[in-house]
Write a protein that binds this ligand. Structure first.
Ligand code: MF3
Ligand code: CO
Ligand code: CO
Length: 270
């Protein structure tokens, strides 16, 4: 496997697919309230992607080797669920935190993004975990420029998460993305500065830190997909798809309703 540098034409298609993925999150936001089931959110997102946007929901029937086909169109990971939560009958309740992860395919290219949603009144710890994880995403993004390494990204994320008393999930990572859902390189969310793959213009990959309030250890559920914290502590995740430009980065998963970058991110790079 090797890293696919994208052509200008492919980059334009990625901009479209990525914006559509972010716009699904904007669309679903007002529905993410106490009492809604994750299955209802899945149906709403599915219908919006297919009937309004003319996209294919990439998760539906996605079956990487060793996995059975994913049965739904989005991932909904609630509280101690880390990632790949399968939508179902479960109703969201006040106090829950949920990650909604959307991947669209438009014109053969994938856009991949996720956000955290806070349901009703949440604990101070839950809010802090979601905020620190969002900051971790941006600590990683800020490292992106030609000549930087993947280790720079991972280190920045790990420092911020562990500095806040949280832990970084090791088994799942960001990834190259384009005509395929998951491409090289693997973008891990921990590491040492100056190590690993060196970034070049026209690479496109996700950064999607999964941060646990407790220990880093994970457990896989019997459904074959859902991943939870072994200690049942809360977990949060935010994801953007990012292009390496000549001078830095461009966030591709942009929309009107996206959470703005933290204040400390330089305006030139937003
Ligand atoms: N969207 C996830 C990611 O960020 C992957 C989900 S795979 C699925 O890489 F099959 F669970 F949808
Ligand atoms: Co991803
Ligand atoms: Co995703």
């Amino acid at each position: 496997m090797s890293i696919i540098l994208k052509t200008p034409d492919e980059i334009e298609k990625m901009r479209v697919a990525c914006r559509l993925a972010a716009e699904v999150l904007d669309y679903i936001t007002p529905f993410v309230k106490p009492g809604v089931t994750t299955g209802e959110l899945d149906t709403l997102c599915h219908d919006y992607m297919v009937n309004v946007q003319g996209c294919v929901p990439a998760p539906l029937n996605y079956a990487p080797s060793g996995y059975k086909p994913y049965p739904k169109s989005i991932c909904t990971s609630v509280n101690h669920q880390i990632c790949h939560g399968i939508p179902g009958e479960k109703q969201l309740r006040s106090g829950d935190i949920v990650n909604i992860d959307i991947t669209t395919i438009k014109d053969g290219y994938h856009g991949d993004t996720s956000r955290m949603f806070l349901i009703g009144e949440t604990s101070i710890q839950a809010r802090r975990l979601c905020d620190v994880t969002f900051e971790c995403l941006w600590k990683g993004i800020e490292q992106v420029r030609p000549g930087a390494s993947l280790g720079d990204i991972g280190h920045a994320i790990q420092q911020h998460a562990e500095g806040a008393g949280f832990s970084v999930v090791r088994e799942f990572c960001g990834h190259g993305v384009g005509a395929s859902f998951h491409e090289d390189p693997q973008v891990v969310h921990y590491g040492k500065p100056g190590t690993g793959v060196v970034l070049r213009p026209n690479m496109i990959f996700t950064i999607e830190p999964m941060i646990n309030a407790g220990k880093a250890a994970i457990r896989a559920l019997a459904d074959g997909w859902t991943v939870v914290t072994k200690d049942h502590s809360l977990s949060a995740q935010w994801e953007h798809t990012v292009l390496v430009t000549e001078t830095g980065y461009e966030i591709l998963t942009v929309s009107e309703g996206m959470r703005p970058a933290p204040d400390w991110v330089g305006p030139a790079n937003r």
